[in-house]
Design a protein around this ligand. Structure first.
Ligand SMILES: Cc1ncc(COP(=O)(O)O)c(C=O)c1O
Length: 365
């Protein structure tokens, strides 16, 4: 047998949300609702769909490896130069590139205990140590994270808003944290759900980057833009960091459909507006229903809600599957009594609530 690197041994394979077709087959249900991966229930906008169709004839050509047009567009929107931007095959790929560039087994990263899994994956891949800092009241404990920083620390990942809790750190909190971070530590702020945030306290992270050269931001087209299946996200950082990341980037990492659809999506303000509106309506409905069901929902700044069921969330998720509703159990996030549900269309939200009521109060139905 060929021996693989010892680091690989430590990596637990990613467990994605269950696939709709798999659930249909397993449970013999024709109408399955997936609210497990924080996708946009409206799908992509029509401008993105048109852009994809327009690229059908170019499939035999390699895509632009530098994503020049998209980077220009993003740079214009963000008020930075285009050499501050790198585009990836999903923001997952950017996280991996960051690890490949900066981490060795002599380094440590600091993350929240209950947060997105790919920061730990990136650290594990490079053999780096991961230090976990428990959330306080479902929010990042930035003071606790700052206390963990030492000479070994290379990266701090802050998921803002946080997956799976939907909570944010504020501009003031982030700034105060950055003031405590030494220059040798990179602070990565993951803003995958940026567009959904409504809080006035949310950081203007791009502005902060002007003062903190050891900070970078990642964002994605997978969530509000509805392009998860195409895989496209981006990183924003000063050119020194971007140049380093480009060294490990695959030559043609982002396919041309993804680039074209992302460009078109940025111009499609109507789809963005509609997606956010549907999310806000769904959020209010779900808050009300959770209250009626006497469940504690954590107020969210995203397109998903963490709900404390005060019982085994994995078991409830399993029972929901039998009713054709896929949600995310959060035991892997160290929150075994919760589930995370994506806010869907009103029809999907109603279906979920109906199923949840049946599961939780089986004796009354
Ligand atoms: C916080 C966070 N960051 C990054 C990602 C990955 O996004 P992408 O599809 O761009 O790789 C996700 C996806 O669920 C996420 O929740």
């Amino acid at each position: 047998m060929i021996r693989y690197r010892k680091e690989v041994d430590r990596i637990a394979p990613y467990v994605p949300g269950k696939l709709i077709d798999a659930v249909k087959k397993e449970y013999g249900i024709t109408d399955v609702v997936k609210l497990a991966s924080n996708e946009n229930p409206l799908g992509m906008g029509s401008a993105a769909a048109d852009a994809i169709k327009a690229h059908m004839d170019h499939v035999h050509l390699y895509p632009d490896g530098s994503c020049a047009v998209l980077r220009e567009k993003l740079a214009w929107n963000l008020g930075v130069a285009s050499d501050w931007i790198i585009v990836g095959n999903g923001s997952d790929e950017i996280l991996k590139m960051i690890a490949e560039v900066y981490l060795t087994e002599a380094d440590a990263v600091i993350i929240a205990e209950s947060t997105f899994s790919q920061y730990r994956f990136a650290a594990d891949l490079m053999g780096a140590e991961t230090r976990f800092v428990p959330l306080i009241d479902y929010r990042h404990d930035l003071e606790g994270m700052a206390r963990q920083i030492d000479s070994k620390t290379k990266i701090v990942f802050i998921c803002n808003p946080n997956n799976p809790t939907g909570t944010i750190v504020s501009h003031a909190e982030l700034e105060q944290f950055l003031n405590q971070v030494p220059e040798h530590v990179l602070v990565v702020v993951d803003e995958a759900y940026y567009e959904y945030v409504t809080s006035q306290l949310y950081p203007q992270a791009v502005k902060l980057m002007e003062y903190y050269p050891n900070m970078m931001i990642t964002r994605t087209f997978s969530k509000v833009y509805g392009l998860a299946g195409l895989r496209i996200g981006y990183g924003i950082a000063n050119p020194e960091i971007i140049k380093a990341l480009e060294r490990v980037k695959e030559p043609f990492n982002v396919n041309q459909f993804a680039q074209a659809a992302a460009c078109a999506s940025l111009d499609d303000q109507e789809h963005l507006r509609k997606s956010i509106e549907v999310n806000e309506q769904g959020k209010e409905y779900l808050y009300q229903q959770f209250e009626l069901l006497k469940l504690k929902a954590i107020p969210t700044e995203t397109n998903f809600i963490l709900v404390d069921l005060q019982r085994d969330g994995k078991q409830v998720s399993q029972q929901l599957l039998t009713k054709g509703v896929i949600v995310r159990p959060t035991d892997s996030f160290a929150l075994p009594n919760c589930i995370r549900v994506t806010i869907g269309t009103m029809e999907q939200n109603r279906r979920f609530i109906q199923a949840l009521g049946e599961v939780l109060y089986a004796d009354r139905y």
